[in-house]
Design a protein around this ligand. Structure first.
Ligand SMILES: Nc1ncnc2c1ncn2[C@@H]1O[C@H](COP(=O)(O)OP(=O)(O)OP(=O)(O)O)[C@@H](O)[C@H]1O
Ligand SMILES: [Mg+2]
Length: 295
């Protein structure tokens, strides 16, 4: 679960509006219910006073997964059904848009849209940083990226963690070329891979791990890459290594400008967070929000 220390958390957001199609119509169009099944469900629904989908499950006419898929269609969330594409189950925003963690991530997204996002002012690139290892940066970066793309934003997720790159595994994409190839001039932004089934999202994996991560991230080619990405995408999220162990996050934040600072409940020490805030601020980065990750 995520817990947000920020105030004024809004629970309503733009993506969660039904399209107006009845859930029964969607289930029939998908071939999950026949018209006579639907009649039966309507009757049961009236008897029990339940929702249509719940009554259909109670009658064993559809499964829980059928209902979730239909709800995802009703709310126009891109939603992955199990398949051979191997996208990690960690990508809960894509697999299970109604999971409580995903609801909270949408609230975080709403906060970011209200408090931070402003392309006209050049504010569309956000670094996901945290002081220590295993605090959930990659998980949050990946799921927030899915969540922004579900709003119709052209979204780019960049894996700038050359120390323990993971986005290629989460999204099951090739990483023969990636950020390291772009920064060393062996590829360009076109190697960012669109993610099958998630419209609007592209992922630039870390690529082959370089021997000189910090030096590579400090090059002008990183600034040039961000400039190109900003022309092609609405939102750019960047995953980074632990800020208290390496200077990489500081260097990335210096170029990108804005940071979402993650800490992990009962794990990240307050002093570590304070030090990270100071180091990132010294790099002229703005901490646009903090997020307490509890898992
Ligand atoms: N809110 C959450 N709910 C459930 N699982 C989570 C959550 N946040 C992180 N995790 C899980 O915890 C593990 C560590 O998370 P993750 O890899 O994102 O951390 P990290 O800070 O990027 O670590 P690293 O220092 O290795 O880069 C992963 O298995 C991830 O799926
Ligand atoms: Mg990580």
């Amino acid at each position: 679960m995520l817990a947000k220390p920020t105030d004024n958390v809004l629970s309503i957001d733009g993506a969660a509006r039904p399209t107006g199609r009845h859930i029964g119509a969607i289930l029939m169009d998908e071939g999950k219910l026949t018209p006579s099944d639907a009649e039966q469900v309507l009757k049961r629904q009236r008897e029990l006073g339940w929702r249509f989908g719940e009554a259909a499950i109670e009658l064993n006419l559809i499964t829980d997964t059928d209902l979730r898929e239909a709800l995802a269609k009703q709310y126009e969330f891109p939603y992955l059904v199990s398949g051979p594409d191997g996208v990690s189950k960690e990508l809960v925003a894509a697999w299970d848009p109604f999971h409580p963690v995903v609801e909270e991530l949408r609230a975080v997204r709403t906060q970011l849209l209200i408090r931070w996002f402003n392309p006209a002012a050049g504010r569309r690139t956000l670094v996901i940083a945290s002081p220590g290892a295993r605090e959930g940066r990659s998980f949050i970066a990946a799921n927030l990226a899915v969540s922004f793309s579900q709003l119709g934003q052209r979204t780019l997720l960049v894996d700038a963690d050359f120390r323990a790159p993971r986005q290629q595994g989460i999204f099951n994409i090739a990483d023969r070329f990636g950020l390291s190839s772009v920064l060393s001039g062996r590829a360009d932004l076109s190697v960012a891979a669109p993610v099958a089934g998630i419209t609007g999202l592209a992922v630039l994996p870390a690529g082959p791990v370089p021997p000189n991560p910090l030096e590579l991230l400090s090059r002008g080619s990183f600034a040039a890459l961000l400039g190109k990405a900003q022309a092609e995408y609405d939102v750019i999220l960047i995953d980074t290594p632990p800020a208290s162990e390496y200077a990489d996050a500081q260097s990335v934040a210096f170029r990108a400008g804005d940071v979402l600072l993650v800490s992990r409940r009962d794990h990240t020490r307050v002093e570590e967070t304070e030090r990270a805030v100071k180091e990132l601020s010294d790099a002229a980065a703005r901490i646009v929000g903090t997020l307490m990750n509890a898992f």
